[in-house]
Design a binder for this molecule. Structure first.
Ligand SMILES: Cc1cc2nc3c(=O)[nH]c(=O)nc-3n(C[C@H](O)[C@H](O)[C@H](O)COP(=O)(O)OP(=O)(O)OC[C@H]3O[C@@H](n4cnc5c(N)ncnc54)[C@H](O)[C@@H]3O)c2cc1C
Length: 428
């Protein structure tokens, strides 16, 4: 008989991958806003927003096809393609509108940021390095020294330095309080040893921001520290971890006696979790993948309008159509939720809980759209069926379906999001 696992105590989600689980005070003015802006919640179509949408479309259309070329479903842009896109966006002043003005921020509304992401995604533009622009960049601005800002932010803006996030380990994923990577303090350096797992794009990254535990003499600190590590340093080896689709997206990173200057520590030793909490909120919002699901819904509608089953298109099948309409309605609601989360005027338990709802429902919608694509194409979506007539998009359907099983795990699992909603919003 299967044994039921005793639920972990609430204290274990205090350091959960995806949030704090603690009651928070509203954010003070001096704290970073990350992806949030201060605006009232009015999502009616505004002529200025529509004009901006047109401007974005013109901008994309004017770029050379080397930078923007719609790629088939499941295509992973190469690093040079992404670098060219980052440079083009930065030259236009649109790479980091949510950053502080001193570093290129634009004080945009949530709607503007949403429109830019929506349009670039719909056009099949490469992804910028969101790990850099949305996660570590704001942390360095808010908590890094002036020297750290001068050293690291220009590389993000020019696209010359890519980042990876070294939080998860074999024994620490949902519960990051179990991080075991040790940074032994020796004079002006830390000697870092440990093993990071599931590290997205570590094989492409120049730098990693890592959660570590500082050791001074024989004493291991309880609190986590936030350390910037050069991936080219001696003692670092990266091994691919292939995902269900057979793709190389994530890695195992071994750190063996890696020497890191003490000046690479962000803020104070043992205070890493304070800096990470806002980062995880931003990560959740990004991981919901709403613009990607919208783009794929359009592809699904194209497939369903041409794919014949029992003498009629899938779109004319009322049962299939009902499923599609349900997904479209869900996505519409999620888009508003996304805007609501992005434009939250105050932080606090309820706002954080909304981000958790967005993350897990968004990830489910992202999976659902590829399930319906699979259903539409049937056996034609299975890779090993030899069929020279298949379009490149169709060929990517099975791989996308398989990879997206991870969407409800990455950036905090669905179970963890539900635990957090229970604690933060329902006070259970
Ligand atoms: C594609 C992908 C990319 C990723 N990229 C990165 C990255 O770049 N950097 C990084 O640091 N990490 C990354 N991760 C790791 C990711 O954050 C973790 O996989 C995730 O937080 C879950 O941790 P875990 O894998 O250790 O699972 P575990 O924490 O071991 O969980 C195993 C199962 O137990 C459940 N569970 C755990 N605790 C509880 C609880 N308290 N209550 C109820 N259920 C619970 C979980 O929901 C899950 O179903 C990535 C993961 C994936 C799949």
């Amino acid at each position: 008989m299967a044994r039921l696992r005793r639920p972990r105590r609430m204290s274990t989600i205090v350091a959960a991958h995806g949030g704090s689980g603690r009651r928070e005070q509203p954010r003070s003015e001096s704290q970073p806003q990350f992806a949030a802006s201060r605006e009232s919640m009015n999502f009616d179509a505004d002529p200025q927003d529509e004009a901006f949408r047109t401007e974005v479309r013109r901008f994309i259309a004017a770029l050379s096809p080397e930078i923007v070329r719609g790629k088939p479903l499941g295509y992973t842009h190469s690093r040079p393609e992404r670098e060219a896109w980052i440079r083009a966006l930065n030259a236009q002043g649109w790479l980091v509108p949510h950053w502080s003005r001193a570093w290129g921020g634009r004080d945009w509304t949530a709607m503007r940021r949403h429109i830019l992401h929506d349009e670039t995604c719909a056009a099949g533009c490469p992804e910028v390095d969101r790990i850099a622009t949305d996660l570590v960049g704001p942390i360095i601005q808010a908590f890094g020294s002036a020297a750290q800002q001068r050293r690291y932010l220009p590389g993000i803006l020019s696209g010359t330095e890519f980042w990876c996030q070294g939080f998860s380990e074999p024994q620490a994923g949902s519960d990051l309080s179990l991080v075991g990577t040790v940074a032994r303090r020796e004079g002006e350096r830390y000697i870092v040893s440990g093993r990071k797992l599931w590290t997205t794009q570590a094989h492409l990254a120049d730098l990693m921001f890592a959660l570590v535990r500082v050791k001074i003499g024989n004493e291991l600190q309880q609190g986590l520290s936030f350390l910037l590590v050069d991936m080219r340093a001696g003692g670092i080896s990266t091994r691919p971890v292939l995902t269900l689709d057979g793709g190389h997206h994530v890695n195992e990173v071994l750190l063996e006696e890696v020497s890191v200057p003490r000046e690479n520590l962000i803020g104070a030793e043992g205070q890493g979790w304070t800096y990470v909490r806002a980062l995880l909120e931003s990560e959740r919002s990004s991981a919901a993948g709403i613009p990607h699901t919208k783009r794929d819904l359009r592809r699904l509608e194209e497939f369903a309008s041409s794919e014949l089953r029992h003498g009629r298109t899938m779109m004319d099948d009322p049962v299939f159509r009902a499923k599609l309409e349900q997904l479209r309605d869900e996505l519409h609601a999620l888009e508003f939720l996304h805007l609501r989360v992005l434009s939250a005027t105050e932080r606090g338990p309820r706002a954080e809980a909304l981000g958790c709802v967005l993350k897990f429902r968004g990830a489910q919608a992202y999976q659902r759209v590829s399930e319906l694509m699979l259903e539409t194409l049937g056996e034609r979506s299975i890779e090993y069926v030899p069929d020279s007539q298949r379009s490149a998009d169709e060929a990517g359907v099975a791989a996308a379906y398989l990879f997206r099983r991870s969407a409800t795990i990455a950036a905090g699992t669905t179970e963890i999001q539900k635990n957090m909603i229970a604690a933060l919003a329902l006070e259970l």
